[in-house]
Design a protein around this ligand. Sequence first.
Ligand code: ADE
Length: 297
Amino acid sequence: MKQRCLATVFCLTAAFSLTSCTTVPQPQPEKTTPGVSSRQAPTVRPLAVLGAFQQEVGLLKDMLTDARTQEIEGIEFISGRIGTEPVVVAWTGVGKVNAAMTTTLLLEHFQPRQVIFTGIAGGVDPNLEPGDIVIAKETAYHDMGTLWPQGLEYGGVKSRLTNEPNPVFFPADPVLLAAAERAARAAALGSIELRGGERPPKVVTGTVVTGDVFVASPKRSEELVETLGASAVEMEGAAVAQICYQREVGCLVIRSISDKADNSAVMDKQLFYTMAAQNSAGLVVKIVTEGLKRGVE
Ligand code: ADE
């Protein structure tokens, strides 16, 4: 049985509340409200699309009209339009810290109305094959909490903005989630070459878990299914979702399977990377061009 009870919200106050001994006065931070930047908000807030690598957002980047590139803290942000939709695209680099840093810069400088993260993942649900797509109804860290002798008790740290404990599971933005499910139902995604032959990718709604490790272990994959109900594992999604959650910006993570997080994961990822990255980005294109439109009618 899925032991999701292990994943009850558990604040790490005790573990992380080491008080500072220094008497040096701390600078007083500028006061802002979550989700509201001190910078000038653009008149029409764009939809943001992030990926870990340039290839994962290349499809979206190439579709932008009136594209304009801005480099902020060394990170490129490309803004433009897809149809009538204002969109900003960037790639974060691999891992939670890179993802959080880019997302923070994004929210601060572009005030997007919503954020979609697209890319590849390891499939831990045994029913998923390379090329299949997971629309994340929620994301969670699989490497955060308290490590007891009997195992990891998942828990979220407090938001630095509100002092409220973050949840273990960051819920997807309901409007984006519905738009993604609608786009996946309505639009036939092209057939993909798989080990078992050619077929259209399966699209499921599930839980995507994030950690700073590439998982190539059947044992760990099983644990992620058992303890968190995971469908797929990757290295950025929950970090993007945490920043968005804390700033009250809607977020959705979409991942296409490049490997099964098992003994052959490293090799499979090389083999299926391009196909999976394009599949995930393909669904995001359909959300932007079709799914969102129908959602506002
Ligand atoms: N991204 C793609 N495959 C992955 C895996 N097996 N573990 C973590 N991140 C991944």
